[in-house]
Design a protein around this ligand. Structure first.
Ligand code: AMP
Ligand code: MG
Length: 425
């Protein structure tokens, strides 16, 4: 056994609850986290190309946003000193302020300025009265009680102050962030390089699309779901196809993957039948730990390093592939991409419409359909066939119903926790 494997197991087994035959999901995630070193290489990117990338520098606001006090409404800019406290206020319109075309001149007592949303507040004015709240007559306006000083005025720096750290290094860019960075006039940013993820499917029974299906064969679907999930993660994808259950070929494929990728994913060959196979091989090649994670589906999981590459051996069952990807690989990829603390996928309460069978001992990720009933109450209906081989259940589902280890079944009408699938990756 190599040094890292021994270290890994020693470190892990110092915890009282380490049990490789029944590793809780959270523990497995934590142990994996200890071995993840984020990529360090940086590159400059045009802002438009940076969606989903992780910042390698802090973004600091070079100025106040907005950089002037301006109007939040179409209306009239006034000086609140002119407001008549107990009656109607009447003011003379001295001019107009447009967004991008400020009013020039001095506003005198008793005067106001017609102002559009986003226009700079004229000097001497501190309040905007909505146009719906005034009567106009010639070049005069009047309005009644209820106008408060500062109303409908956006303050300079209200969005961002000059020098403020807007995003810290390690932040992953969302669409709103692209807009916010653009509002600072920044068109190029430093991000970490993309992760390179290589993957292949294992199994003598697998046919690739385009080949005729022989008796006993199934088409390799895992490579397609994995491709989709990786694409959503924004990594560079190295698809290595199908590898037969042959130690020589598997070894060759793993070496090849380790030479070019930061992360290697395989599916299949880690369960009891072939497990010893893959296990022996990986023990020779790298530092890999096999766990039976206390979860369903997705019990067998291998994690470790082959050369400098991180290795995840996912189970072969198509649903288990997706569950283990979402629960372990997603998190790990985000950390490796440079995001030190990826936000956990939220668990939301919903009323379960049907009874669920479950024995205590494992965390279960059952597939469900989350919907809002006629009264607007969020409910979840379990999918009929929960077998981990039935990929249709993942396509039909829009959420996991997450049942904790100790749960011993759910009655219809009980509240359960769900994880929405859209947006997990
Ligand atoms: P294994 O973990 O290799 O024992 O595979 C478990 C089950 O998943 C078997 O029924 C396999 O046929 C199926 N399976 C494994 N890999 C794939 C794949 N790439 N696409 C579709 N099904 C697969
Ligand atoms: Mg197999």
């Amino acid at each position: 056994m190599t040094a890292m494997t021994t270290d890994f197991i020693r470190a892990a087994s110092c915890a009282d609850d380490y049990d490789p035959d029944s590793m809780p999901v959270d523990q497995a995630r934590k142990y994996i986290r200890n071995y993840l070193t984020p990529v360090q290489t940086r590159e400059s990117l045009a802002l438009r190309s940076a969606l989903g990338r992780v910042l390698a520098e802090d973004i600091v606001s070079p100025f106040n946003v907005p950089n002037h006090d301006n109007s939040a409404m179409d209306g009239y800019a006034i000086n609140a000193d002119d407001i008549q406290p107990d009656g109607t206020t009447t003011l003379r319109i001295a001019g107009t302020a447009f967004a991008g075309n400020a009013f020039v001149g001095q506003v005198q007592p008793g005067e106001c300025v017609r102002i559009m949303t986003g226009a700079v507040m004229p000097p001497g004015c501190d309040t905007v009265v909505m146009q719906e709240h005034v009567q106009t007559e010639g070049n005069r306006i009047s309005f009644g009680l209820g106008v408060k000083r500062g109303q409908n005025r956006r303050l300079a720096g209200e969005d961002l102050k000059q020098g403020q750290v807007v995003f810290s290094a390690g932040h992953r860019i969302k669409p709103a962030d692209l807009g916010l960075i653009a509002s600072l006039g920044i068109g190029e940013i430093r991000v970490y390089r993309r992760l390179h993820v290589a993957f292949f499917s294992t199994g003598d029974e697998l046919a690739s699309i385009g080949q005729p299906l022989q008796q006993g064969q199934v088409y390799d679907s895992n490579r397609y779901t994995i491709h989709g999930m990786l694409e959503r993660m924004g990594v560079e994808i190295i698809d290595m196809g199908v590898v037969r259950d042959d130690p020589k070929l598997l070894e060759q494929a793993l070496h090849e993957a380790a030479a070019s990728a930061d992360v290697i994913l395989t599916s299949g060959g880690v369960s009891v039948g072939e497990a010893d196979y893959m296990k022996q091989l990986l023990n020779q090649l790298g530092q890999v730990v096999f766990w039976k994670v206390a979860m369903k589906p997705g019990r067998p999981l291998a994690y470790g390093k082959i050369g400098n590459a991180h290795y995840f051996g996912l189970p072969g069952n198509p649903v288990a592939v997706m569950v283990t990807f979402y629960q372990f690989v997603r998190d790990a990829l985000l950390v490796l991409m440079g995001q030190p603390n990826p936000p956990p996928v939220p668990l939301l309460p919903a009323t379960c419409t049907a009874a669920l069978k479950k024995a205590p001992g494992r965390t279960e990720f059952q597939r469900g359909i989350l919907f809002s009933d006629a009264d607007g109450v969020w409910k979840v209906r379990p999918i009929g066939n929960q077998s981990s081989g039935v990929l249709r259940s993942m396509s039909e589902a829009n959420c996991f119903i997450v049942l904790p280890v100790s749960n011993a079944g759910v009655a219809a009408g009980e509240i359960v926790q769900v994880q929405i699938l859209e947006g997990i990756v």
